[in-house]
Design a protein around this ligand. Structure first.
Ligand code: TXA
Ligand code: MG
Length: 311
């Protein structure tokens, strides 16, 4: 076991904050049983206190202790996808206090697969509340450098774990109601979930509140727009300085452009680092070539849409 992980676990025990790598994005962790630690977490994140936060565990067994009324579908999904990039929303047990659930009677549970996250959770031995390790409303971090850029010295320890493999946040499935609902698409697709538990619903206006559902949650500072490939050149020629995210080189000169992979998983992996880079180019506008409107691109399109919503 690494001494850094041991030190990080000790910091969690004393109510401190630790940023750590997961397979999706880097998380900012606090002892999920400590009201003071979670209050500090929200303060550093600058996140409103009534937002629920995902709780992380080393194993399914420990995760399910934080839930009551565990439906069969939850156990099936856990068996298939945990440890991994899936969050389950379940009715809470008495262990999940109001300060992690935002006062709701449900709790978000996740068992990450990243070896450093797993080791941290194992050594700490408890539950770790962890939103993405960025300030509220900004693009999630997928490297240690991103975390430092956003949070600076507000976090005592940032554990190194390399660039996040998935690159976008976990898939969230709500199993607390009469029918399962997909709240946030991710690497594990709606179809992947349905192959295990049968048909599930899509999010509606009455689905539980979650900050990923707020407008402009994953946004760069520069105004961004998603445009179909045939409209890209027309937009570029309007004369604003533009930073472009596209599958191939634009026909005309642009101030800044980044090429993205045509494979949706490879695209997702690079997405947040790319948005940070485009944002840093100092242009008046970001233009994003729209990926195909197909099921395999659902998670990437979801994040791009949020990045392009103007606040
Ligand atoms: O991949 C991930 O899930 C990352 C890594 C660090 O694990 N975490 C993450 O956390 O994305 P966060 O807090 O940035 O986003 C969690 C989403 C939010 O939209 C939150 O409101 C929602 O999950 N959520 C948490 N508990 C919930 C609940 N009881 N009901 C509905 N939504 C919930
Ligand atoms: Mg987040």
């Amino acid at each position: 076991m690494s001494s850094e992980v041991r030190r990080a676990a000790q910091i969690l025990r004393t109510g401190g904050l630790v940023a750590f790598p997961t397979e999706t994005v880097y998380g900012l962790g606090a002892d999920a049983s400590s009201e003071k630690a979670v209050a500090r977490l929200f303060q550093v994140k600058r996140r409103p206190a009534d937002h629920p936060v995902i709780v992380h565990f080393a194993s399914s067994e420990s995760a399910f202790q934080w839930a009551s009324d565990i439906p069969d579908a939850a156990r099936k999904l856990a068996r298939k996808f945990w440890p991994g990039p899936l969050t389950l929303i379940l009715k809470r047990s008495a262990l999940a206090k109001d300060f992690v659930t935002g006062g709701q009677d449900t709790v978000g549970l996740r068992v990450p697969s990243h070896p450093v996250a797993h080791e941290l959770l194992l050594v700490f031995g408890g539950a770790v509340a962890a939103p993405s390790a960025n300030r509220f409303g900004r693009v999630s971090p997928t490297t240690l450098a991103h975390v430092r850029e956003d949070l600076g010295s507000d976090v005592e320890v940032v554990l190194e774990g390399g660039p996040s493999e998935v690159g976008i946040e976990s898939t969230i499935v709500d199993l607390s109601g009469a029918t399962p609902v997909l709240l946030r698409p991710g690497r594990i697709s709606k179809q992947d979930v349905e192959s295990v538990i049968g048909k599930i619903g899509e999010k509606t206006a009455s689905s539980p509140r979650h900050s990923g559902g707020l407008e402009r949650h994953y946004a760069p500072r520069t105004p961004a727009r998603m445009v179909p490939v045939h409209a890209l050149d027309k937009e570029i020629s309007k004369g604003k300085s533009v930073a472009v995210l596209a599958f191939s080189r634009p026909d005309q000169r642009v101030d800044f452009w980044l090429r993205m992979p045509r494979d949706p998983q490879a695209y997702a992996q690079k997405l947040y680092a790319a948005l940070r880079e485009l944002d840093g180019a100092g242009c008046e506008q970001i233009l994003v070539e729209a990926p195909p409107d197909t099921a395999e691109w659902a998670a990437v399109r979801d994040r791009l849409k949020r990045a392009c919503e103007q606040g």
